[in-house]
Write a protein that binds this ligand. Sequence first.
Ligand code: NAI
Ligand code: MG
Length: 499
Amino acid sequence: MAANPDSLRISDVPSRARTVAFARGDGIGPEITDAVLTVMEAAGARLDLQEVPLGRGVYESGTRSGVDPAAWDILRGSRAFLKAPVSTPQGGGFKSVNVTIRKSLGLFANVRPCRSYHPFVASRHPSMDVVIVRENEEDTYAGIEHRATAEVVQCLKLVSRPGCERVIRYAFNYARDRGRRKVSCLTKDNIMKLTDGLFHEVFDEVAAGYPDLLAEHHIVDAGAARLTTRPEKFDVIVTPNLYGDILSDVAAEISGSIGLAASANVGDEFAMFEAVHGSAPDIAGRDLANPSGLLLAGVMMLGHVGLAEEASRVHNAWLRVLERGLHTADIFQHGVSSRRVGTREFARAIVAELGSAPRRLQAVQYGPTRTGVRRPAHSRPPRRPRKDLVGIDVFLDWDEDGRDPVALAGRLASAGSPALELRMITNRGVKVWPAGLPETFRTDHWRCRFLRRDPGRPLRHAELQSLLAAISGAGLDYVKTEHLHEFDGVPGYSSGQGE
Ligand code: NAI
Ligand code: MG
């Protein structure tokens, strides 16, 4: 395997790394946690386990985030967190524990392996083995939304270069450390040329540093179609937050084993591991629950804290039990399963197989590396580009004159400005002036683009302010502005559709 400067050898991992927080969660959480801890202990995983109060009891004590204030110190002192599912109370301003932890601790990558276990678990795609790495903090999930006018609301999509870089670098390191061959990037950069364009651009830059891995890009809609029909064409996928949210559920579902799926939320040092399923209150406390999702989360966690050998041992024993047909009720199939077992018996069967390998399913072998980012968390481009202010987009709430763009342009022209000239008006991104089409539907929300008259010198803020004062003075209601810059002479703004 090629040397990987971004990976850490096991011997480099300080002993603190083995401090692991866990939470038993709600519903089936406690029983599957017991099963998982039993298996990990039997596998010889030496962990310093710290229990964290989380979920129902914490919500009931009035903490709306669901995370006890005392939990933060335990989490900060740990390298990883194994979290059983938590029931989120409906309404009442309660926040999901996951969102709270993910955002508070900077867990920038969500990793979800989606594998089929055909023929032991029914799947339409017998050879599927895809890992989705989803950017976890940016994109439209910053939750910055505004109502601009009576008719129009908006959501701000924020994408940063360091945000792209660390999740993409994580995906390449993950692929390399696990002997995978290809990383596919999915974006919609044919439409969102700046935001998704940046993600794609950084992907190409990072890929150049991994010549041992294949790298490819798909437009997300075509890529998603291909993923659902021919998932075996994919290996590791890296994608922005929203697409990743959707695709990771789709991929887990079509693998046929969503009930067995696990995910990791990974930060620079700390990571949180959990099953994809919820707390299943309908079967709680009855020894019916399948502990596999949390167990596979535990396997990822062992790898993260440098216990690769123990991770392989647990995973292979689990695969062997699946093959032997000892199945919990949720995956039991006549003709395939040999016996229906409860949560506890399933765990005992795995313990009994520790040291065995699967015979038909592919065995796993985790390497002695830990996929860390090992880069400054906020690495900057080598040089900050020259930035020139060249104009402004002024958004108006305007519902007069039959919403005739020519009339609006006339009002804006009379507002006048010595430094700036009106170049274009769009409505929902489509150019309506000059030379718009009468068929274009028009809302009460107008984007009016002004650019500098003298391309020889950058604008000053005062010139924008006098333009806005003139617009106000003409009786027009501006509800938002965006400054237009060139970076090293390249426009940092999109053109209007139809421009
Ligand atoms: P769920 O995943 O808990 O249950 C859906 C169905 O799958 C149920 O019929 C359940 O019995 C079954 N099921 C789930 N896990 C199973 C397992 N390990 N073994 C056997 N059967 C299993 O989803 P649901 O009902 O929508 O949510 C229940 C609660 O879980 C809610 O309060 C929800 O907020 C919470 N939840 C928590 C998550 C987390 O902590 N990460 C994720 C999803 C839901
Ligand atoms: Mg989701």
